[in-house]
Ligand binder design. Sequence first.
Ligand code: ATR
Length: 289
Amino acid sequence: MGFPNINGKTRVCGLFGFPVEHSFSPAMHNAAYAKLGLNWVYVPYGVHPDRLAQAMEGIRSLELTGVNVTVPHKQNILPLLDEIDPAARIIGAVNTIVNEGGKLVGYNTDGPGFIRSLETEAGFSPRGKSILLVGAGGAARAVAIALAFAGADSLYITNRTPERAEGLARDVSRACQVKARVLPWGKQLPRTTVSEVNLVVQTTSIGMSPGVDQAPEFPFTALRPGQLVCDLIYNPAKTLFLQRAAAQGAKTFNGLGMLLYQGVLAFELWTGLPAPVEIMRETLLRQVS
Ligand code: ATR
């Protein structure tokens, strides 16, 4: 894709990460701008951790409209922001910055992106539901807090390192009126809970390419036919975890929708326009495959 029309009025958004070479976001956002005929461009910036503060000053001085933030800056960026959305503060991570005339405001669209994908792709509303999270890392944190904000009734968290699950359960319960409980990991996970929950979300990195022959230990045979099971991994498109869940008759979906909708929500924060979701999805699918 070329950018023949870049001129003095072009609005610039971007991505701060290290590295950024493999990100799908530039293609997804630039396709959206092209679709709507916007004179906007999205540029990936490899920002070394030692230069993050200068890069933040660069947003102001170069008048970038906004940036996405990815590994390893999502947490370290918090003290460098002028304002932080309450949910992003509780998550403790920011993936989207809006430049409001020099005031840098941080949001987290990962968790809300997951909720939007649940609602639109799986037809599932979390309100009043019980959900089991496998894992308690950064991705689980964004998802758990967004689910709590979206009105989930109970969250069960299981993690190899129980202390991390305890910490997440404590933070979620403190922030929202949701029952969050820690369950044992692996073979000890109670089969009754697995059968009873409305949704299971696999959030660990186990099974991600190139380790596609791995899956977390999990009592798959306790799953019910038709039960909803998600794996946040999208490469491969169907992890071993999802394959085993599908073999029990579960309805499965992956994390591509979360990736798509975190971008959709960032697009909407920056432009104030409804995002062209289908072109963004098609672009992502082309990148992933
Ligand atoms: P992310 O931001 O992708 O969530 P993370 O914060 O490093 O990454 O979290 C990784 C998650 O995968 C954690 O839940 C981690 O479990 P621990 O807290 O016990 O480390 C989980 N994980 C990664 N490799 C694992 C493995 N081999 N077995 C079990 N859990 C694993």
